[in-house]
Design a protein around this ligand. Structure first.
Ligand SMILES: Cc1ncc(C[n+]2csc(CCOP(=O)(O)OP(=O)(O)O)c2C)c(N)n1
Ligand SMILES: [Mg+2]
Length: 352
Protein backbone atom coordinates (compact mmCIF):
# COMPACT_ATOMS: atom_id res chain seq x y z
CA UNK A 1 0.00 0.00 0.00
CA UNK A 2 1.19 3.48 -0.81
CA UNK A 3 0.87 4.81 2.73
CA UNK A 4 3.77 2.74 3.87
CA UNK A 5 7.42 2.62 2.98
CA UNK A 6 8.12 -1.08 3.34
CA UNK A 7 6.31 -4.29 4.01
CA UNK A 8 7.60 -7.31 5.81
CA UNK A 9 6.96 -10.62 4.13
CA UNK A 10 7.61 -12.33 7.42
CA UNK A 11 10.66 -14.10 6.06
CA UNK A 12 13.04 -11.26 5.34
CA UNK A 13 15.52 -9.79 7.79
CA UNK A 14 17.49 -6.66 7.03
CA UNK A 15 21.06 -6.03 8.05
CA UNK A 16 22.71 -3.02 9.61
CA UNK A 17 22.93 -0.94 6.45
CA UNK A 18 19.67 0.86 6.98
CA UNK A 19 19.18 4.57 6.52
CA UNK A 20 18.54 6.98 9.36
CA UNK A 21 14.97 6.95 10.58
CA UNK A 22 14.44 10.59 9.61
CA UNK A 23 15.39 9.81 6.03
CA UNK A 24 13.02 6.88 5.99
CA UNK A 25 10.19 9.06 7.25
CA UNK A 26 10.76 11.46 4.40
CA UNK A 27 10.60 8.55 1.93
CA UNK A 28 7.21 7.32 3.18
CA UNK A 29 4.72 7.61 0.34
CA UNK A 30 1.63 9.79 0.82
CA UNK A 31 -1.66 8.24 1.90
CA UNK A 32 -3.75 6.93 -0.96
CA UNK A 33 -7.11 7.34 0.78
CA UNK A 34 -8.22 10.95 0.98
CA UNK A 35 -10.42 12.04 3.88
CA UNK A 36 -13.92 13.41 3.44
CA UNK A 37 -14.67 16.88 4.77
CA UNK A 38 -16.15 15.44 7.98
CA UNK A 39 -13.17 13.19 8.52
CA UNK A 40 -10.70 16.07 8.06
CA UNK A 41 -12.68 18.19 10.51
CA UNK A 42 -12.85 15.34 13.01
CA UNK A 43 -9.10 14.72 12.77
CA UNK A 44 -8.39 18.44 13.10
CA UNK A 45 -10.53 18.84 16.22
CA UNK A 46 -9.22 15.69 17.92
CA UNK A 47 -5.56 16.49 17.29
CA UNK A 48 -6.06 20.08 18.37
CA UNK A 49 -7.69 18.94 21.61
CA UNK A 50 -4.63 16.86 22.41
CA UNK A 51 -2.24 19.69 21.49
CA UNK A 52 -4.07 22.33 23.54
CA UNK A 53 -4.49 19.96 26.46
CA UNK A 54 -0.78 19.21 26.48
CA UNK A 55 0.16 22.88 26.19
CA UNK A 56 -2.03 23.60 29.20
CA UNK A 57 -0.55 20.68 31.13
CA UNK A 58 2.91 22.11 30.38
CA UNK A 59 1.80 25.48 31.78
CA UNK A 60 0.33 23.97 34.93
CA UNK A 61 3.51 21.99 35.42
CA UNK A 62 5.54 25.18 35.08
CA UNK A 63 3.34 26.79 37.73
CA UNK A 64 4.16 23.98 40.12
CA UNK A 65 0.62 22.60 40.07
CA UNK A 66 1.57 19.18 38.69
CA UNK A 67 3.95 17.05 40.70
CA UNK A 68 5.99 14.05 39.60
CA UNK A 69 6.56 13.14 35.99
CA UNK A 70 4.77 14.64 33.01
CA UNK A 71 5.52 13.46 29.46
CA UNK A 72 3.87 15.49 26.71
CA UNK A 73 2.63 14.03 23.41
CA UNK A 74 2.93 17.22 21.31
CA UNK A 75 3.96 16.37 17.73
CA UNK A 76 2.71 12.78 17.83
CA UNK A 77 -1.03 13.50 17.71
CA UNK A 78 -1.70 11.96 14.28
CA UNK A 79 -0.69 8.51 15.50
CA UNK A 80 -3.34 8.09 18.13
CA UNK A 81 -6.03 10.02 16.24
CA UNK A 82 -5.52 8.02 13.03
CA UNK A 83 -5.83 4.79 15.01
CA UNK A 84 -8.89 6.08 16.83
CA UNK A 85 -10.52 6.76 13.47
CA UNK A 86 -9.88 3.18 12.34
CA UNK A 87 -10.86 1.27 15.47
CA UNK A 88 -14.23 -0.18 16.42
CA UNK A 89 -15.93 0.18 19.77
CA UNK A 90 -14.52 -2.48 22.06
CA UNK A 91 -10.96 -2.37 20.71
CA UNK A 92 -8.56 -1.58 23.54
CA UNK A 93 -5.62 0.76 23.89
CA UNK A 94 -2.72 0.38 26.29
CA UNK A 95 0.43 2.51 26.32
CA UNK A 96 3.37 3.79 28.38
CA UNK A 97 3.76 7.04 30.30
CA UNK A 98 3.28 9.42 27.33
CA UNK A 99 -0.40 8.73 27.64
CA UNK A 100 -2.60 11.85 27.81
CA UNK A 101 -3.25 11.85 24.05
CA UNK A 102 -4.37 8.21 24.12
CA UNK A 103 -6.76 8.96 26.96
CA UNK A 104 -8.35 11.87 25.13
CA UNK A 105 -8.59 9.84 21.91
CA UNK A 106 -10.34 7.07 23.88
CA UNK A 107 -12.88 9.65 25.06
CA UNK A 108 -11.80 9.89 28.67
CA UNK A 109 -13.07 13.09 30.29
CA UNK A 110 -10.48 15.90 29.91
CA UNK A 111 -11.48 17.19 33.37
CA UNK A 112 -10.75 13.82 34.93
CA UNK A 113 -7.40 13.57 33.16
CA UNK A 114 -6.29 17.09 34.08
CA UNK A 115 -7.46 16.71 37.70
CA UNK A 116 -5.44 13.53 37.94
CA UNK A 117 -2.37 15.47 36.82
CA UNK A 118 -2.90 17.96 39.64
CA UNK A 119 -3.63 15.18 42.15
CA UNK A 120 -7.25 16.08 42.91
CA UNK A 121 -10.07 13.82 44.04
CA UNK A 122 -11.98 14.23 40.78
CA UNK A 123 -9.03 12.79 38.87
CA UNK A 124 -9.54 9.51 37.04
CA UNK A 125 -7.46 7.65 39.66
CA UNK A 126 -8.88 9.77 42.49
CA UNK A 127 -5.75 11.92 42.41
CA UNK A 128 -3.53 9.06 43.52
CA UNK A 129 -2.08 7.87 40.22
CA UNK A 130 -0.87 10.97 38.41
CA UNK A 131 0.12 11.44 34.78
CA UNK A 132 1.28 7.87 34.15
CA UNK A 133 -1.48 5.90 35.86
CA UNK A 134 -5.00 6.34 34.58
CA UNK A 135 -7.41 3.67 33.36
CA UNK A 136 -10.96 3.25 32.13
CA UNK A 137 -12.32 -0.24 31.64
CA UNK A 138 -15.55 1.31 30.41
CA UNK A 139 -13.72 3.18 27.61
CA UNK A 140 -11.35 0.25 26.98
CA UNK A 141 -8.25 2.20 28.01
CA UNK A 142 -5.83 0.11 30.07
CA UNK A 143 -3.18 2.69 31.06
CA UNK A 144 -0.80 4.46 31.58
CA UNK A 145 2.41 2.45 32.56
CA UNK A 146 5.66 3.83 33.93
CA UNK A 147 7.85 0.78 33.38
CA UNK A 148 9.26 0.86 29.86
CA UNK A 149 7.90 -2.11 27.89
CA UNK A 150 5.63 -3.44 30.66
CA UNK A 151 2.52 -2.56 28.68
CA UNK A 152 3.63 -4.82 25.83
CA UNK A 153 3.12 -8.01 27.85
CA UNK A 154 -0.11 -6.63 29.30
CA UNK A 155 -1.39 -5.67 25.84
CA UNK A 156 -0.60 -9.20 24.68
CA UNK A 157 -2.70 -10.43 27.60
CA UNK A 158 -5.57 -8.23 26.45
CA UNK A 159 -5.25 -9.85 23.04
CA UNK A 160 -5.33 -13.28 24.70
CA UNK A 161 -8.53 -12.34 26.55
CA UNK A 162 -10.10 -11.15 23.29
CA UNK A 163 -9.32 -14.42 21.59
CA UNK A 164 -10.48 -16.51 24.57
CA UNK A 165 -13.75 -14.60 24.76
CA UNK A 166 -14.17 -14.56 20.98
CA UNK A 167 -15.30 -10.95 21.19
CA UNK A 168 -13.70 -9.80 17.93
CA UNK A 169 -11.77 -6.97 19.62
CA UNK A 170 -8.17 -5.97 18.96
CA UNK A 171 -5.67 -4.79 21.57
CA UNK A 172 -3.73 -1.78 20.25
CA UNK A 173 -0.50 -1.91 22.21
CA UNK A 174 1.66 1.22 21.97
CA UNK A 175 5.33 1.53 22.87
CA UNK A 176 8.36 3.58 21.91
CA UNK A 177 11.51 3.04 19.88
CA UNK A 178 13.45 2.74 23.13
CA UNK A 179 11.03 0.17 24.54
CA UNK A 180 11.41 -1.85 21.33
CA UNK A 181 14.74 -3.13 22.73
CA UNK A 182 13.12 -4.59 25.86
CA UNK A 183 13.28 -8.37 26.30
CA UNK A 184 9.64 -8.85 27.18
CA UNK A 185 8.64 -7.38 23.81
CA UNK A 186 10.06 -10.46 22.08
CA UNK A 187 8.57 -12.95 24.50
CA UNK A 188 5.25 -11.27 23.76
CA UNK A 189 5.81 -11.39 19.99
CA UNK A 190 6.46 -15.11 20.19
CA UNK A 191 3.32 -15.90 22.15
CA UNK A 192 1.16 -13.56 20.12
CA UNK A 193 2.14 -15.15 16.82
CA UNK A 194 2.10 -18.69 18.19
CA UNK A 195 -1.46 -18.24 19.45
CA UNK A 196 -2.54 -15.83 16.69
CA UNK A 197 -3.60 -13.16 19.16
CA UNK A 198 -5.39 -10.04 17.91
CA UNK A 199 -2.78 -7.45 18.91
CA UNK A 200 -1.42 -4.51 16.95
CA UNK A 201 2.01 -3.57 18.22
CA UNK A 202 2.20 0.15 17.53
CA UNK A 203 5.79 1.31 17.78
CA UNK A 204 5.82 5.08 18.12
CA UNK A 205 9.26 5.81 16.73
CA UNK A 206 9.88 9.43 17.70
CA UNK A 207 13.64 8.95 17.13
CA UNK A 208 14.66 9.24 20.79
CA UNK A 209 14.47 7.26 24.01
CA UNK A 210 14.97 9.98 26.61
CA UNK A 211 18.14 11.71 25.30
CA UNK A 212 19.45 8.81 23.20
CA UNK A 213 18.79 8.70 19.48
CA UNK A 214 17.64 5.43 17.95
CA UNK A 215 20.87 5.20 15.95
CA UNK A 216 22.91 5.19 19.15
CA UNK A 217 20.69 2.70 20.97
CA UNK A 218 19.53 0.18 18.37
CA UNK A 219 21.54 -2.35 16.37
CA UNK A 220 18.81 -2.32 13.72
CA UNK A 221 16.66 0.76 13.23
CA UNK A 222 13.91 -0.56 10.98
CA UNK A 223 11.58 -1.42 13.82
CA UNK A 224 8.79 -2.63 11.54
CA UNK A 225 10.97 -5.70 10.93
CA UNK A 226 11.41 -6.60 14.57
CA UNK A 227 8.78 -9.33 14.32
CA UNK A 228 10.43 -10.97 11.30
CA UNK A 229 11.93 -13.89 13.21
CA UNK A 230 8.44 -14.71 14.53
CA UNK A 231 6.74 -14.27 11.16
CA UNK A 232 4.83 -11.17 12.27
CA UNK A 233 4.18 -8.76 9.38
CA UNK A 234 5.11 -5.14 9.88
CA UNK A 235 5.06 -1.80 8.10
CA UNK A 236 6.52 1.64 8.45
CA UNK A 237 3.93 4.39 8.38
CA UNK A 238 4.20 8.15 8.06
CA UNK A 239 3.04 8.92 11.58
CA UNK A 240 2.80 12.64 10.87
CA UNK A 241 0.03 12.09 8.29
CA UNK A 242 -3.24 11.12 9.96
CA UNK A 243 -4.59 9.67 6.69
CA UNK A 244 -1.65 7.31 6.32
CA UNK A 245 -2.07 6.24 9.94
CA UNK A 246 -5.77 5.48 9.54
CA UNK A 247 -5.21 3.60 6.32
CA UNK A 248 -2.48 1.38 7.73
CA UNK A 249 -4.46 0.87 10.95
CA UNK A 250 -7.55 -0.29 9.08
CA UNK A 251 -5.48 -2.90 7.30
CA UNK A 252 -3.76 -4.05 10.49
CA UNK A 253 -7.07 -4.22 12.38
CA UNK A 254 -8.59 -6.31 9.61
CA UNK A 255 -5.58 -8.66 9.71
CA UNK A 256 -5.99 -9.15 13.46
CA UNK A 257 -9.78 -9.46 13.39
CA UNK A 258 -9.69 -12.13 10.70
CA UNK A 259 -7.70 -14.43 13.00
CA UNK A 260 -4.29 -14.06 11.32
CA UNK A 261 -2.54 -12.97 14.51
CA UNK A 262 -0.56 -9.87 15.47
CA UNK A 263 0.68 -7.03 13.27
CA UNK A 264 3.39 -4.40 13.75
CA UNK A 265 2.94 -0.77 12.74
CA UNK A 266 6.04 1.38 13.11
CA UNK A 267 4.80 4.95 13.21
CA UNK A 268 7.55 7.34 12.17
CA UNK A 269 6.85 10.37 14.29
CA UNK A 270 8.51 13.09 16.36
CA UNK A 271 8.04 14.72 19.73
CA UNK A 272 8.55 18.47 19.83
CA UNK A 273 9.01 18.83 23.57
CA UNK A 274 11.56 17.22 25.85
CA UNK A 275 11.28 13.61 26.99
CA UNK A 276 9.58 14.87 30.13
CA UNK A 277 9.16 18.32 31.60
CA UNK A 278 12.58 18.11 33.22
CA UNK A 279 14.50 17.43 29.97
CA UNK A 280 17.03 20.12 28.96
CA UNK A 281 17.04 18.63 25.40
CA UNK A 282 20.74 19.08 24.71
CA UNK A 283 20.94 15.99 22.51
CA UNK A 284 19.32 17.53 19.42
CA UNK A 285 19.47 20.89 17.69
CA UNK A 286 16.76 23.52 17.76
CA UNK A 287 16.88 23.47 13.95
CA UNK A 288 15.97 19.78 13.88
CA UNK A 289 12.86 20.42 15.96
CA UNK A 290 11.96 23.55 14.03
CA UNK A 291 12.24 21.74 10.71
CA UNK A 292 9.74 19.08 11.81
CA UNK A 293 7.37 21.71 13.18
CA UNK A 294 7.35 23.78 10.01
CA UNK A 295 7.49 21.01 7.41
CA UNK A 296 5.71 18.02 8.93
CA UNK A 297 3.31 19.18 11.62
CA UNK A 298 0.30 16.81 11.64
CA UNK A 299 -2.25 19.48 12.52
CA UNK A 300 -0.93 22.02 10.02
CA UNK A 301 -1.20 19.39 7.28
CA UNK A 302 -4.93 18.94 7.92
CA UNK A 303 -5.45 22.68 8.33
CA UNK A 304 -3.81 23.38 4.97
CA UNK A 305 -6.00 20.80 3.22
CA UNK A 306 -9.18 22.16 4.79
CA UNK A 307 -8.36 25.68 3.63
CA UNK A 308 -7.15 24.64 0.21
CA UNK A 309 -10.29 22.61 -0.53
CA UNK A 310 -12.53 25.37 0.74
CA UNK A 311 -13.94 23.02 3.40
CA UNK A 312 -13.27 25.55 6.14
CA UNK A 313 -12.40 29.24 6.34
CA UNK A 314 -9.86 30.81 8.69
CA UNK A 315 -12.84 31.92 10.77
CA UNK A 316 -14.28 28.40 10.97
CA UNK A 317 -10.93 27.09 12.16
CA UNK A 318 -10.64 29.85 14.74
CA UNK A 319 -14.07 28.84 16.06
CA UNK A 320 -12.93 25.23 16.43
CA UNK A 321 -9.82 26.43 18.23
CA UNK A 322 -11.95 28.48 20.60
CA UNK A 323 -14.26 25.51 21.33
CA UNK A 324 -11.26 23.30 22.03
CA UNK A 325 -9.63 25.95 24.24
CA UNK A 326 -12.89 26.26 26.20
CA UNK A 327 -12.90 22.51 26.91
CA UNK A 328 -9.26 22.62 28.00
CA UNK A 329 -9.71 25.75 30.14
CA UNK A 330 -12.69 24.21 31.85
CA UNK A 331 -10.61 21.12 32.60
CA UNK A 332 -7.76 23.26 33.95
CA UNK A 333 -10.12 25.28 36.15
CA UNK A 334 -11.57 22.10 37.60
CA UNK A 335 -8.10 20.64 38.09
CA UNK A 336 -7.00 23.69 40.08
CA UNK A 337 -10.07 24.04 42.26
CA UNK A 338 -11.19 20.51 42.96
CA UNK A 339 -10.23 19.30 46.45
CA UNK A 340 -7.29 17.06 47.19
CA UNK A 341 -8.04 13.44 48.21
CA UNK A 342 -9.03 12.92 51.80
CA UNK A 343 -6.34 11.53 54.11
CA UNK A 344 -8.46 8.39 54.57
CA UNK A 345 -7.81 7.62 50.87
CA UNK A 346 -4.17 6.88 51.69
CA UNK A 347 -5.03 3.27 52.48
CA UNK A 348 -7.66 2.56 49.83
CA UNK A 349 -7.06 1.02 46.36
CA UNK A 350 -3.63 -0.30 47.31
CA UNK A 351 -2.25 -3.82 47.68
CA UNK A 352 -0.85 -4.41 51.15
C1 LIG B 1 12.33 -0.73 32.72
C2 LIG B 1 12.64 0.73 32.65
N1 LIG B 1 13.88 1.13 32.31
C3 LIG B 1 14.18 2.44 32.23
C4 LIG B 1 13.23 3.39 32.52
C5 LIG B 1 13.57 4.87 32.38
N2 LIG B 1 13.00 5.39 31.15
C6 LIG B 1 11.82 6.04 31.15
S1 LIG B 1 11.37 6.51 29.63
C7 LIG B 1 12.72 5.84 28.91
C8 LIG B 1 12.94 5.96 27.42
C9 LIG B 1 11.95 5.23 26.60
O1 LIG B 1 11.93 5.75 25.28
P1 LIG B 1 10.89 5.32 24.18
O2 LIG B 1 10.50 3.90 24.37
O3 LIG B 1 11.48 5.67 22.86
O4 LIG B 1 9.58 6.18 24.47
P2 LIG B 1 9.35 7.75 24.33
O5 LIG B 1 9.68 8.37 25.67
O6 LIG B 1 10.21 8.26 23.25
O7 LIG B 1 7.90 7.93 24.07
C10 LIG B 1 13.54 5.27 29.88
C11 LIG B 1 14.81 4.63 29.60
C12 LIG B 1 11.94 2.93 32.88
N3 LIG B 1 10.95 3.77 33.16
N4 LIG B 1 11.66 1.60 32.92
MG1 LIG C 1 11.10 7.31 21.66
Amino acid sequence: MAATAKRNTGTRARGASQGRSGARAAKAAPATAEFSKDEELHAYREMLLIRRFEEKAGQLYGMGLIGGFCHLYIGQEAVVVGMQMAKKDGDQMITGYRDHGHMLAMDLDPKGVMAELTGRRGGLSKGKGGSMHMFSKEKHFYGGHGIVGAQVSLGTGLGFANKYRENGNVAMTFFGDGAANQGQVYESFNMAQLWKLPVIYVIENNKYGMGTSIERASATTDLSQRGASFGIPGEQVDGMDVRAVREASEKALEHCRSGKGPYILEMITYRYRGHSMSDPAKYRSKEEVQKMRTERDPIEQVRARLLEKGWASEDDLKKIDKQVRDVVNEAAEFAQHDREPDVSELYTDILL
